[in-house]
Design a protein around this ligand. Structure first.
Ligand code: GDP
Length: 208
């Protein structure tokens, strides 16, 4: 591992679970640092990504324990930036009432959290973009939030499929050009693309 990557690893190794909150209004932070948040459809691979970024096997597992799946989970990285794990959306098997509650929780956070500086929207590369993802891009755009897209589980896709996906997504992102930043192509199985996300978050942590 290069020295630069070693320092990145050390930066992310210093992390702490701050808490699980039912609403953005309930959030109590340890330090008043900025947030970057992670969002995506259920089963997209969000916990795996958070665990890979922090090099902790079970950090994001906390958010999967019963009662915590529908809440906002916050991890403080190196006392400099909060990594915020928002609940998964678009899960067909939950009731409509629950879906509405989740929608409100996510929307409230995105619209109102003044310290939110970047959102990572996770998309399963093989599944592609669904209507609920488009709703999320629209919400981010309307709330004037910067965002990037993390494609997950790319080990399941061929190179040519991924290249077509990138082209079609580039075209879709023309509608969001004011707020869209970039794509990340990742696989936690093969530890691909994770360092690029770490570098991105590290850069964000220096933003005042
Ligand atoms: P979450 O519900 O969004 O937190 O998703 P998880 O991180 O729990 O992952 C959902 C499923 O996808 C699990 O079975 C993981 O093992 C699998 N998964 C996650 N990341 C990858 C990946 O990079 N490649 C493959 N092939 N499977 C993955």
């Amino acid at each position: 591992m290069s020295n630069a990557n070693k320092s990145l690893t050390n930066f992310f190794k210093k992390n702490e679970f701050i808490g699980s909150f039912q609403s953005y209004r309930d959030i109590k932070k340890k330090l008043s640092t900025n947030d970057c948040c992670f969002i995506g459809r259920s089963n997209v691979g969000k916990s795996s990504i958070i665990n890979s970024i922090t090099r902790q096997k079970n950090l994001a597992k906390t958010s999967k324990t019963p009662g915590r799946t529908q809440s906002i989970n916050i991890f403080l990285i190196n006392d400099q930036i909060n990594l915020v794990d928002l609940p998964g959306y678009g899960y067909a098997k939950i009731s409509k009432v629950m879906r509405n509650n989740l929608g409100t929780l996510i929307q409230d956070y995105i619209e109102n959290q003044s310290e939110l500086i970047h959102t990572y929207v996770l998309i399963d590369a093989k599944v592609g973009v669904k209507n609920s993802d488009i709703d999320m891009f629209d919400l981010l755009n309307e709330s004037d939030r910067y965002f990037s897209i993390i494609f997950t589980k790319i080990d399941k896709c061929s190179k040519s499929y991924l290249s077509d996906l990138e082209k079609s997504m580039q075209s879709l992102m023309k509608s969001y050009s004011k707020n869209f930043n970039k794509f990340f192509f990742t696989s936690t199985k093969k530890f691909e693309g994770i360092i690029d996300i770490q570098k991105d978050i590290y850069t964000l942590s220096k933003q005042k």
